[in-house]
Write a protein that binds this ligand. Structure first.
Ligand SMILES: Nc1nc2c(ncn2[C@@H]2O[C@H](COP(=O)(O)OP(=O)(O)OP(=O)(O)O)[C@@H](O)[C@H]2O)c(=O)[nH]1
Ligand SMILES: [Zn+2]
Length: 352
């Protein structure tokens, strides 16, 4: 295996030379668990920790290694190494941190494509597809929609679902698959490119791990066995892994119960481009498209030129986004206020 099979490219190599990191080994984080990391190199897998100076100087958690990151390492023992630096990321997939207002959490980095998996039975929900789509678009990750478990429904029913999705979501490839009958697996395989990184996104139980197994044709990941523990009533999946295959790099992701919208303004525009195009013709610049007169969005809705469900989902996600933004601003302000307080305390202490 070469570093290129792992996703390495000339941009990373240029950076490595620029930063004089030649004396270090280069590898990719395939597993991150608290402060322990598994890093894969051309020829080996290392159990890694952060070098002290990195561990103690990082103030921003998002600067710490995540699954998908490229890192500079030094081996100090058999199979053990220290991480000295994280190389710049080409993309960051993140979500709103569960239970923490205004904070984000990195899911994975350096991803080229997002495979948004949704099963056609219970899980099927176009609003949720739009949500994942927005996250991909915001992170500059190319989305591919995978409808899974199609063995569970009739062909006609599937056709209807696909048309429903296409009506709402334009210009995103849709692949229908079954891990059981293996329909559609060939199509997925033909889309996967060696050296590109694919992150599987979707709710718990839609068949993500099974799909990875089907693609790589080996039983490498535990499936069915949902690796979760209950932490104060919250669902936490510890399982998170990056798998390198001839057909690209696959990142499995814990089922996301809550896919919160963060600062996804760019992604928002791409997902709801139809609505935002309409909005350019609204009379008021700050039109909320809910009750204003001369609102082009409401007009389109009235004329049946706009899908009402798409509109509802837009309003809901916009509200969530604004909510996240105000929480993030609040957090920033609190941080500043605390900084001021400490400064003032130090000042007054110095007087004595
Ligand atoms: N009928 C049917 N069942 C499937 C298919 N793919 C997966 N399953 C079953 O669905 C269940 C969940 O599959 P997983 O692959 O573990 O789902 P996951 O998305 O990885 O779930 P998390 O790891 O919790 O995020 C398992 O019991 C699988 O056997 C399929 O194509 N058809
Ligand atoms: Zn409007």
């Amino acid at each position: 295996m070469t570093l290129e099979d792992l996703g390495y490219n000339s941009t990373l190599e240029d950076y490595r030379k620029e930063q004089n990191l030649d004396s270090f080994g280069i590898g990719r984080v395939i597993l991150a668990h608290r402060d322990r990391y598994t890093v894969k190199t051309e020829s080996n897998e290392f159990d890694c920790e952060l070098v002290g100076n990195l561990r103690f100087t990082v103030t921003d958690k998002s600067k710490l290694p995540s699954v998908g990151d490229w890192v500079a390492i030094s081996e100090y023992d058999d199979g053990k190494a220290l991480i000295h630096a994280v190389l710049p990321r080409s993309s960051i997939l993140e979500r709103k941190a569960v239970g923490k207002l205004g904070q984000t959490q990195i899911i994975a980095t350096n991803i080229d494509f997002g495979l948004i998996v949704q099963s056609v039975n219970r899980d099927f929900n176009i609003n949720r597809l739009e949500r994942y789509l927005t996250i991909c678009n915001a992170s500059k990750i190319k989305p591919i929609i995978v409808l899974s478990k199609i063995d569970l429904i009739e062909e006609l029913e599937l056709e209807k679902l696909v048309i429903q999705v296409q009506e709402r979501i334009k210009n995103v490839p849709i692949i229908a698959i079954s891990n059981q009958s293996k329909i559609g697996i060939g199509e997925i395989n033909s889309k996967l490119i060696r050296g590109k990184t694919y992150c599987l996104l979707g709710s718990s139980g839609v068949g993500k791990s099974t799909l990875i197994n089907t693609i790589i044709g080996e039983k490498m990941m535990e499936t069915g066995l949902i690796s979760e523990s209950i932490d104060r009533g919250k669902h936490v999946t510890t399982h998170r892994e990056l798998i390198v295959s001839e057909n690209g790099i696959l990142i499995d992701n814990p089922g996301m119960r809550e896919v919160g919208i963060t600062d996804a303004s760019g992604g928002f525009e791409m997902t709801f481009d139809e609505i935002l195009n309409l909005a350019q013709d609204c009379k008021y610049n700050d039109c909320t498209h809910t009750n204003e007169d001369a609102c082009a969005v409401l007009a389109a809705l009235e004329n049946n030129d706009l899908n009402p469900e798409s509109y509802e989902n837009f309003l809901k996600m916009e509200k969530e986004r604004l909510h996240f933004e105000s929480n993030a601003q609040e957090r920033k302000k609190k941080g500043k206020d605390l900084g001021k307080l400490i400064k003032n305390m130090k000042k007054s202490n110095n007087k004595y």
